[in-house]
Design a protein around this ligand. Structure first.
Ligand code: F3S
Length: 755
């Protein structure tokens, strides 16, 4: 039970920690005196302090020690830059970086990849060299999509992973608790800080029976999304169980978990089962499969009688294929009703493009089933009527389907095989078949179909379905087609029906790894230079923020008093700014440009209190900072809701901000501000928000006595009239106060590592 089993084939010094996890679970079980769900076992098995951690679902914040961190190339840039600024020698937790988001689909795999390598050279050079320097694994462009690589190489039952991408839960198909986070969380774990997660609630999904015919794993989650809607999983882990689980393939379970992100779930997970054993063996990890079997009952499945906060039951015998959309993944229409609904709703009936693959549905099984459907059509003299694209999820899948013939089938069928990367799924698609603004329909086996996501055309009606249904749709070219009941006309005019899809779950000849796209960190990292060009406008080295100078805030101007909702999009806009996500100075030029100034109701127009000049928010902040003046922002309720984007906290710190004073904060943003060394404070009396005039000056007094639970005194100096005093509350604990004093959480970690 305490043998040393490697976590994966790439790292020789990381081992599966079941023994320790089980000890923790036993401690917690004794304390709680109740059976645990599988998800609870994984989480509690990774607690930083199982003896003292408060545990109440939906209430307490768990401090956890994940086994691993994974970053995709877009979010990795700022995460690694921040990590570097902590001055540590290497990451404290095994970590990998995956180059998948920056490859645009244009003409096909090899050309698209070559172009991306050229355009993104400086980003890839930076990530490649920084991963070598700080002891991380690097999966270069062309290796595949982060979640497929994780499933194939790193996921295993009972592990806890955080990843800087929303579809990280994909690894739940291999019994791992895999949670999507922002870059700031990844940095914490890389730098040895425990990771905080609000103790989730649990939604149990009981699967009974067995799927058949045109129904596939995708339809389970399309059905679940229809039941729960896009918000139904918020704050919860979706845990599958029941006899229906046994008939699913590991990658099929991955698809289901992947799309759990579409209902807002923290993550989704399947209990350890036979399909996982088969998949682990097929991916060169028999030792983990054997080891997991020893821990099956106690650690890798739910206890008898474990309680769920909500229960859903799905009978796989009667489940039919679903087509979800347009514009939202929870608008679920069973395929038998699609004909009627599509006409009634006026959705464009002609299918312009069918897209299969992506991180959601690009397993060997998915590809084999889709290729079988394509072969069937070709045997009747038909090819794809719609444009048809295939995105292999990894180089391993691509090389294997090339060897086994499915790839050639797709090409013969008229398909385009794109690079092993996100491509159209993230909007990296140079779509040419229609003009922007043309109303049209596309169908994909991806996970998200929000307006404009794939091709940035708000008139594109994007639907999500299984790869089987997408392929059938591409043959018929019509949204009203139901392969279960409708016939097609063959090239010689005969009516025929497509045969039910069939395909191998795993390749009988084993996987072919294809090209070698992984780079391990070198044994001697001392001579590695991290490559950042000083003239780059996309990447910039971060200098650690200065520690707090020990003085109170005096006479500080209010940079902006924002009116109404202030989301992370108002604070740090995305879109075109994303290309600067690795360059703090450049991206800071978007600070609060979307927020509405309470004085004039305008965005990005504030007055410099010293010069009287009206200017943009970032320009005014820079003017204050360069004069050595600290400033504050005043905001309303739930300030910073939206994403976990750490730039929304890095930018005000970089621009010289001192405190953000609001009626209330979105929790993640509040924590991010604390991590960057800013003071997030709340009006004890919310009416003070109205009393404050943007021309007032602010003192924050007694900061040397800042302590948990103790309010901070604020003195407001109106332009005309007498000063008044009020109190501000905060949620700092003593550890976080140390962050503030050190200048940031990372500075604090660096201090601790030096001690
Ligand atoms: Fe990439 Fe789309 Fe998955 S963007 S990570 S393929 S959800």
């Amino acid at each position: 039970l305490d043998s040393k089993v490697n976590m994966n084939v790439w790292e020789k010094d990381t081992f599966v920690n079941y023994k320790k996890n089980l000890e923790n679970v036993k401690i917690v079980k004794e304390r709680l005196g109740r059976p645990l769900t599988y998800g609870e076992k994984i989480l509690y098995g990774h607690l930083d302090n199982p003896h003292e951690q408060e545990i109440e679902r939906g209430v307490s914040y768990l401090k956890l020690r994940p086994d691993r961190v994974a970053c995709q190339d877009a979010t990795a840039q700022m995460a690694i830059l921040q990590f570097m600024s902590a001055g540590m020698d290497k990451v404290a937790t095994p970590s990998t970086v995956h180059c998948d988001h920056l490859i645009q689909a244009q003409t096909g795999g090899p050309e698209d990849l070559a172009r991306a390598i050229d355009i993104n050279k400086e980003v890839y050079d930076f990530l490649g060299s920084a991963t070598s320097k700080y002891n991380m694994g690097f999966w270069g462009p062309g290796s595949g999509i982060i979640h497929q690589i994780i499933l194939e190489n790193y996921a295993f039952p009972g592990a806890l992973l955080i990843g800087t991408d929303s579809h990280t839960p994909n690894a739940g198909g291999l019994g791992q608790l895999a949670i999507g986070v922002g870059g700031a969380d990844a940095v914490d774990v890389m730098a040895d800080l425990p990771w905080e997660l609000k103790a989730p609630k649990y939604i149990g999904v009981k699967l009974t029976g067995r799927m058949s015919g045109w129904t596939s794993a995708k339809d389970v989650i399309l059905k679940v999304a229809g039941i729960t809607t896009v918000k139904g999983g918020t704050g919860a882990i979706v845990e599958y169980f029941g006899d229906g689980v046994d008939a699913l393939s590991c990658t099929g379970m991955g698809t289901i978990c992947n799309m759990g992100a579409e209902i807002g779930a923290t993550t989704s997970v399947f209990p350890f089962n036979k399909s996982m054993v088969d998949y682990l063996k097929a991916t060169e990890r028999s030792a983990i499969a054997d080891f997991a079997q020893l821990y099956h009952k106690e650690l890798l499945s739910a206890d008898e009688g474990a309680e769920y906060d909500q229960l859903i039951e799905i009978d796989l015998n009667t489940l039919e294929p679903y087509v979800n959309g347009p514009f939202t993944p929870d608008l679920a229409t069973p395929i038998s009703k699609m004909k009627e609904v599509a006409v009634q709703e006026g959705w464009p009936l002609e299918i312009k493009v069918g897209l299969i693959g992506s991180c959601t549905n690009s397993s060997y099984e998915d590809m084999s089933r889709a290729a079988n459907i394509a072969r069937d059509a070709m045997a009747h003299g038909l090819k794809a009527k719609s444009i048809f694209t295939v995105t292999p999820g990894s180089e391993q899948v691509r090389a294997t389907i090339e060897r086994d013939g499915q790839l050639q089938t797709f090409l013969d069928f008229g398909g385009i095989v794109l690079a092993n990367a996100c491509g159209p799924c993230i909007g990296q698609w140079d779509r040419r078949d229609i003009k922007k603004g043309d109303k049209n329909t596309i169908v994909s086996s991806y996970n998200r179909n929000f307006t404009g996501r794939n091709d940035s055309n708000p008139e594109t009606h994007a639907f999500v379905a299984s790869p089987d249904v997408v392929t059938a749709f591409a043959i018929a070219g019509d949204l009203r087609f139901n392969p279960m009941t409708d016939s097609l006309k063959s090239a010689d005019g005969k009516e025929f029906m497509l045969a039910e899809p069939k395909g191998d779950g795993l390749p009988s000849k084993g996987f072919d790894r294809g090209q070698d796209t992984y780079r391990a960190p070198p044994a001697d990292r001392s001579t590695v230079e991290v490559k950042i060009s000083p003239t780059s406008d996309r990447l910039q080295k971060l200098t650690p923020f200065k520690p707090w100078d020990g003085t109170d805030g005096k006479d500080m101007p209010i940079l902006i008093k924002s009116l109404g909702k202030t989301t992370t999009d108002h604070i740090s806009q995305a879109g075109p700014w994303l290309k600067y996500r690795g360059h703090l100075q450049n991206i800071s030029n978007n600070y609060m440009i979307g927020a509405i100034n309470a004085v004039n109701g305008e965005a990005n127009n504030v007055q410099n209190v010293f010069t009287g000049k009206w200017d943009g928010v970032p320009e005014t902040a820079i003017a204050y900072r360069d004069q050595g003046v600290r400033w504050v922002v005043v905001g309303g309720e739930n300030f910073g809701e939206g994403s976990s984007r750490e730039h929304a906290a890095l930018e005000p710190r970089y621009l010289g901000g001192f405190a953000i004073i609001t009626k209330s904060f979105a929790r993640i943003h509040e924590t991010n501000l604390k991590k960057q060394g800013l003071l997030p404070l709340n009006f004890v009396n919310p009416a003070d928000y109205d009393k404050i005039n943007p021309e007032d000056r602010i003192d924050l007094v007694g900061l040397n006595e800042l302590a948990p639970g103790k309010n901070v005194k604020m003195v407001v100096h109106p332009k005309d009239g007498a000063a008044w005093e009020t109190e501000l509350s905060h949620t700092y604990n003593s550890e976080q106060i140390a962050w503030f004093k050190a200048g940031s959480a990372l500075n604090r970690m660096a201090e601790l590592h030096r001690e």
